[in-house]
Design a protein around this ligand. Structure first.
Ligand SMILES: [Zn+2]
Length: 415
């Protein structure tokens, strides 16, 4: 059966109908709508011979057994943020299903091919992203914290998981799924403006940025807004404000795609008649180079000390979360580049700012690569997220070629 990229576009629209509303995609993990999306996927793969299974972390697998147990994995996530886009995560699952269908139509492949729909990539309901893939990768180490998480409706994470057949204490059993994995492929929308600005439909992803996230607490002195002369103030917000501006310079000086974001500053007492006593600032820094990421963090800390001294206020740093940069597999990068050139003539290598399930799989030691397709206006996590249909079809074609090259490579190494 020949590949039908136009079917992928039609099916993505169908999925949007089944699981979205006028505000966008509503496939938040561990909800009924998400379950409906999983059922829908099951239906689209019926008749291909791919066997479905759900692992201990709730990841949904479709396995097409080949001559060898060594497996090429194609993965994405059907879960979305609330009011999300139609393509984020879903594109690769639906495109991957088309590739599986094409391969199944050609008889048993030389190696096993598996499509995985990762559970809760977005972390939209409980604030913990990459749930299913981190369990499968064995890197999930925060079960104690996960047990405490509650959603806005007061439902605890373990309870929500249980409603979908997942026992948090056993989620790490999903590790066994990657034992036979020889390669992992993920197609995703870029969610940024780079490919569109270059006029290119597709790009090879070098890896995912390392991330440093910190909470910075500035401590000054609350004082009356009317009676405290300017020179006498110890204003906690001044430190946060100076740092917010300095971060832009740090990112600019570091270059090579460096980004720094001060996403929130919460001031207390937070009233119009008082100098700010404490300002709690959130910082997110990302880079593909571990050394440059560490240097950016150090620069920010030093700037923080300087501003604290200037303003006669205190400053404390607390790491919230971090992940090292993850570089994808050289051989697979080459295959991905070849596949893109074959379908569209030109390829381009770029890093990924957002994290993806692919980063978890790569961390587990499985050779991994990602392919990006252009996002219009760089928008994602909104119903405005879009990609030209022609580009989506090229992406399905390129993913299919990448899968073929990878299958041949894994088969050759398996001899
Ligand atoms: Zn995604």
């Amino acid at each position: 059966m020949p590949l039908q990229p136009s079917r992928t576009v039609a099916q993505l629209k169908e999925l949007r109908e089944v699981t979205g509303d006028e505000d966008g995609a509503q496939r938040v993990a561990w909800t009924e709508t998400w379950e409906r999306a999983r059922e829908w996927l099951r239906g689209t793969l019926a008749g291909t011979g791919a066997e479905e299974s759900v692992d201990a972390a709730g990841n949904q697998w479709f396995t097409l057994r080949g001559a060898s147990e060594r497996a090429v994995l194609i993965g994405g996530h059907l879960d979305s943020v609330p009011n999300g886009g139609w393509l984020d995560g879903a594109l690769n699952v639906v495109a991957g299903a088309e590739v599986v269908r094409r391969i199944a139509g050609n008889g048993a492949p030389p190696v096993t091919v598996r499509l995985v729909n990762w559970a809760d990539e977005e972390g939209a309901r409980f604030g913990r992203s990459l749930f299913g893939s981190s369990a499968a990768a064995g890197s999930m180490s925060d079960q104690d914290e996960l047990r405490q998480l509650v959603d806005r409706g007061g439902i605890a994470l373990p309870e929500a998981l249980a409603a979908h057949g997942v026992d948090l204490d056993r989620a790490l059993d999903a590790r066994s799924e990657l034992e036979s994995a020889a390669a992992y492929l993920e197609l995703h929308i870029e969610q940024g403006p780079v490919l569109e600005s270059l006029g290119l439909p597709l790009g090879v992803v070098l890896g995912t940025f390392g991330v440093e996230r910190h909470r910075i607490t500035w401590r000054g002195q609350a004082a009356h807004a009317g009676s405290t002369p300017m020179a006498e103030r110890r204003d906690a917000l001044a430190g946060a404000a100076k740092l917010a501006l300095e971060l832009r310079e740090i990112a600019k000086r570091t270059g090579d795609g460096a980004v720094c974001t001060s996403g929130s500053v919460v001031c207390r007492p937070g009233i119009v008649t008082s100098v700010v006593e404490t300002a709690e600032q959130l910082l997110d820094q990302r880079h593909l180079d571990a050394g440059k990421l560490a240097a950016m963090l150090e620069e920010a800390r030093q700037a923080g000390e300087r501003f604290a001294a200037e303003e006669r206020i205190g400053v404390e740093w607390e790491r919230i979360w971090s992940i090292e940069p993850i570089l994808f597999d050289e051989t697979l990068l080459t295959f991905c580049e070849e596949a893109i050139v074959e379908v569209s003539g030109t390829s381009y290598r770029l890093p990924s700012g957002p994290l993806h399930d692919a980063a978890e799989v790569a961390r587990a030691g499985v050779p991994t690569v990602m392919m990006f397709v252009q996002s219009l206006r760089g928008l994602s996590h909104t119903k405005l997220e879009d990609t030209r249909e022609g580009h989506l079809e090229l992406a399905v074609g390129a993913l299919d070629r990448l899968a073929s090259k990878t299958i041949d490579w894994v088969a050759a190494n398996d001899q």
